[in-house]
Every structure is written in C-alpha cells, then in structure tokens.
Design a protein around this ligand. Structure first.
Ligand SMILES: *Cc1c(COP(=O)(O)O)cnc(C)c1O
Length: 360
C-alpha cells in the first residue's frame, strides 16, 4: 500500500499516524467491546473521548474559559446562516469583508437576515490582495464584523488581525485554524469545517464567547441556536461522534508535534519553499500580493495552460495528487495543511523544477 501526497483543498490529508491509530482502535476501542462508531454518545466511554478532545483543543489553542467550544454538524456553510441568526441581537446590520469566494457566500447568506455593510471589497482586483486595516469602512454600530482569514480558493490570507473595537469579530477559519498560534480572546466567534485542518468531514467546530450566546430570536429553530448546543455540551442531539473522535486524535498529534508554534514553523517553511520556486521562475506564477499569500493553499499557473494536463499526470506518477486548481481559478493549487509532510512539498518542488526544465 502506498499513500500519496494528497494536495486536496478538502477533504484533505490526515496525519498517517492518526489514521494508523484509528485503524488500531477500529474494531474495538480500548476494552469497550465495540468500535467508537457504535458507541452511545451518552455512554461513559464516548463521553471520555469527547471531553478529552475538547480539553486538548482548549489546550492547543489556549481557549479562554469564557468561551464555549461547540462540536456541530452542517459545515462552515451552515455557520454562514447561524452567525447572523445568533449574533444580530436585534440589530439591523453587520459588517463583512469581501476577500474571495467564501466571503461572498457568507455575505449572500447574511443578506437573508440583515443589512450587510461590505466594509472592504477586493473583487475588482480579482481577490489577489488583503485589504489594509486603514481602508476598512467599519460601522461602529454593526452587530459584528465577519471575515475569512484564509480564502481557500484564491490562496489569500490575512497577515494581520482586523481591529474592530467593541464590535465582535467573527472568523471563518475553515482552512487556517490550527495552522499557527492565535489570540482567541480577540474574537467573538471562530468557526471551521473540520475537513481541512481538523479531521474528517461531518464535524464543524464553533468557538464562541459566552456573552454572545442566548440572543437568537424566539422563532430560531433549536438546532440553529448556539444556546441549545452550549447548554447541552454539543449533545442536544447525536453529534458526529466518529469525526469528533478523529479530531481528538488530531489534537493529540498536534500536541506531540510541539503545538501550534511548531505547526507554524513547519507551515511557514513549507509555503516558503513553494513561493520561492514560483517567484524565481518565469514558468510558474502566483497572482497574490506577497503579504497576502496563504500558508495553506498555494494556487499557481503554468506559463502555457496547454501543459496543465502533462503537469498533472507527471505529478501523479510521482504520487503527487489532487493538484488541479479550483474551476473558478484554473491552473494548479497545492493545499498544504498541517498533515502534509514537508517531504511532500519537497517532492513537489523537485517535480516542478524538473518539469520546467523539460518544458519551459
Ligand atoms: C471549505 C470552506 C468552507 C465550506 O465548508 P463546508 O464545511 O463544506 O460547508 C467555508 N469556508 C472556507 C474558508 C472553506 O475553506
């Protein structure tokens, strides 16, 4: 059996050590007489798994005690609606930064609920830059400010944390959570679909400051209210038990690697190797301004798009797969989340050099 270097944007690679551990525990978890998948979420074995996962995430991210961590379903896309449903608190409007395809989706969903003030918009430049703090047209009365720290499709990542004053900051961290240390206390809500940097699809993590819970209007369905899930420790209904368990194994793995500071060091180095090659070549190009380049998703084009097919098949022969770019951008995209080993990036860089030499 040979595992490939899988550059998929999501669902993405998981650490091999995590998959091996899950395989070991698949038929019978510890001495429980059953697989984690078969456990009642209210039994003591599963409760211990769930509690350990939350404790480890809190430790890894240094989440302050006045924040709840929710383990939900529905994906980040459900949060596009749950954020306005829970955070508007009677206010008519919220601020959004429009920096890419995922911001656009979040904005479209919020418009069902409120007046959206687009406080920055980089669409005219093809979403290739991060807006400067000074340029943000923020509304002091906004219920919250929503932004996407890392735009997975465009490969654009904020190199600063937007200052929103008293207005709660809400971040869709689906493709950057756990990639580096961050100050959770600066945020009102952080949310992320699991399938990029946390674990298997099916789990969505929401980290929410306690004072922002309990303000959803009366008619809000129970399943869409943060209060419901916070009060029930994410066990109001059946949570995505197996994905939650797998996420717990990933959190343990991150701790073993040295935590988020160690993740950041490797991630920065991995991304740096790719951008260095792209910038030193006339054959490869990345359109994003240097300060806004993502550590997690590296889109690039070849000088001649007619070579795309040969590039992809040559890469696949070396075990480098899922490099085709998003259909809206074209070219290639290397998603290099925490679980992508540095050797995977080194192998890709070597292949890219050789391909350029032959075809450039
Ligand atoms: C993948 C992704 C989403 C969509 O996540 P789902 O869990 O599929 O709903 C939203 N935002 C960002 C930034 C993403 O990378």
């Amino acid at each position: 059996m040979a595992r490939t270097y899988n550059f998929s944007a999501g669902p993405a690679m998981l650490p091999s050590a995590v998959i091996a551990r899950a395989q070991q525990e698949m038929m019978e978890w510890h001495s429980a007489g059953m697989s984690v998948m078969e456990m009642s979420h209210r039994g003591k074995d599963y409760m211990s798994i769930a509690e350990k996962a939350e404790a480890d995430l809190r430790e890894v991210m240094a989440i302050p005690s006045n924040y709840k961590v929710l383990f939900l379903q529905g994906g980040a896309s459900s949060q596009f609606a749950m954020v306005p449903m829970n955070l508007l608190r009677g206010s008519g409007g919220a601020d959004y930064l429009n920096t890419g395809m995922w911001s656009k989706k979040a904005i479209a969903e919020a418009r069902r609920y409120c007046e959206v003030n687009v406080a920055a918009d980089t669409s005219a430049g093809g979403f290739c830059a991060v807006p400067e703090q000074d340029s943000l047209q923020l509304n002091a009365d906004a219920a919250y400010l929503h932004y996407t720290p890392n735009e997975t499709i465009g490969g654009v990542e904020f190199d600063y944390l937007p200052e929103s004053g008293e207005v709660p900051l809400v971040a869709d961290m689906s493709s950057t959570i756990l990639s580096r240390p961050l100050d959770v206390s600066r945020y009102g809500v952080i949310y992320a679909g699991a399938q990029k940097n946390i674990g298997p699809a099916g789990l969505t993590i929401v980290i929410v400051r306690e004072d922002l819970i309990g303000h959803a209007p009366e008619q809000t369905p129970a399943m869409f209210s943060y209060e419901t899930h916070a009060k029930a420790d994410s066990m109001y209904n059946t949570p995505p038990t197996y994905s939650w368990y797998m996420a717990g194994l990933v959190f343990e793995w991150i701790k073993e690697q040295g935590g988020l500071a160690a993740m950041a060091e490797v991630n920065q180095r991995k991304a740096g190797k790719l951008y260095e090659l792209i910038d030193s070549s006339d054959f490869y190009a990345n359109p994003v301004e240097k300060n806004g380049r993502s550590w997690m998703n590296v889109p690039f084009t070849l000088a001649d798009a007619a070579l795309d097919g040969a590039f992809l098949s040559g890469a696949a022969e070396r075990g480098l797969v899922t490099l085709k770019g998003h259909r809206s951008v074209g070219g290639m995209r290397a998603s290099i989340y925490n679980a992508m080993p540095e050797e995977g990036v080194d192998t890709l860089v070597e292949f890219m050099r050789a391909f350029e030499q032959k075809n450039g």
